[in-house]
Ligand binder design. Structure first.
Ligand SMILES: O=C(O)c1ccccc1N[C@@H]1O[C@H](COP(=O)(O)O)[C@@H](O)[C@H]1O
Length: 224
């Protein structure tokens, strides 16, 4: 019997109305807005709020922050009331929890990184987003060695880092994550998404789902 899980899809780093439409039409569950001035995908809360108003119900806006000032996170939360937070810098647990909102915590994966210790430290995270360790915190389009992920992680896992329409099926079959997240792998230029690549990415995720028979990661707390 086919496993009932539908891998959730987040398309990150959106900056244009047309890209939001493309992500929604392709079936994305979440779209990410980067509130990090050093990123070529960086947006102001005002601009992100305009894009977020385009989202239909059940598509979640996610705000990505890298060591942001609390006032800046709060300002984004005020502009986009249903914003799910994603912390992608060096934020300690208290800094992630202080807004009283669900949050994703990015883990920068490299050999020797202790993901289980990280998961225990960020036990209040809605999910751990696993990205490759790169200079400049993320969005580098770099794949990490998926075998670094322990077979059982006590939080839902969002697989990220260098995913593309060509490798996401393998990633899902190998890791069996709760969700996948992509940015540079569906771009034609930094901050400019390619609608066809977004569509092919989502099709590749569904192909993987169709091939998944049993969950690999421990996610029973989610499936009950
Ligand atoms: O997108 C960015 O510029 C960025 C900057 C700082 C931290 C994270 C960033 N992006 C996020 O990194 C992961 C992986 O991205 P990619 O698919 O490898 O390009 C993803 O969550 C991006 O949104």
């Amino acid at each position: 019997m086919q496993h009932p899980q539908r891998t959730r899809i987040k398309i990150c780093g959106l900056t244009r109305e047309a890209d939001v439409d493309a992500a929604v039409e392709a079936g994305a569950d979440a779209v990410g807005f980067v509130f990090y001035a050093a990123s070529p995908r960086g947006l102001t809360p005002q601009r992100a709020a305009v894009l977020a108003r385009q989202l239909p119900p059940f598509v979640t806006p996610v705000g990505l922050f890298v060591n942001a000032e609390p006032a800046d996170v709060a300002a984004a939360c005020e502009r986009i009331p249903n914003l799910l937070l994603q912390f992608h810098g060096d934020e300690v647990p208290d800094a992630c929890e202080r807004y009283g909102r669900p949050y994703l915590r990015a883990a920068r994966m490299s050999p020797g990184f202790d993901l289980l210790h990280f998961a225990a430290r960020y036990a209040t995270a809605s999910a751990l987003l696993l990205d490759a360790f790169v200079e400049g915190y993320g969005g580098g389009g770099k794949v990490f060695d998926w075998s670094l992920i322990p077979p059982s992680v006590p939080r839902p896992v969002v697989l990220s880092g260098g995913l593309t329409p060509a490798n996401v099926t393998d990633g899902i079959l190998q890791v069996r994550p709760w969700a996948v997240d992509v940015s540079s792998g569906v771009e034609s230029a930094k901050g400019i998404k390619d609608a066809d690549a977004i569509r092919r990415f989502c099709v590749a995720v569904r192909e993987a789902d169709a091939r998944v028979a049993t969950p690999k990661l421990e996610q029973r707390h989610f499936l009950t």
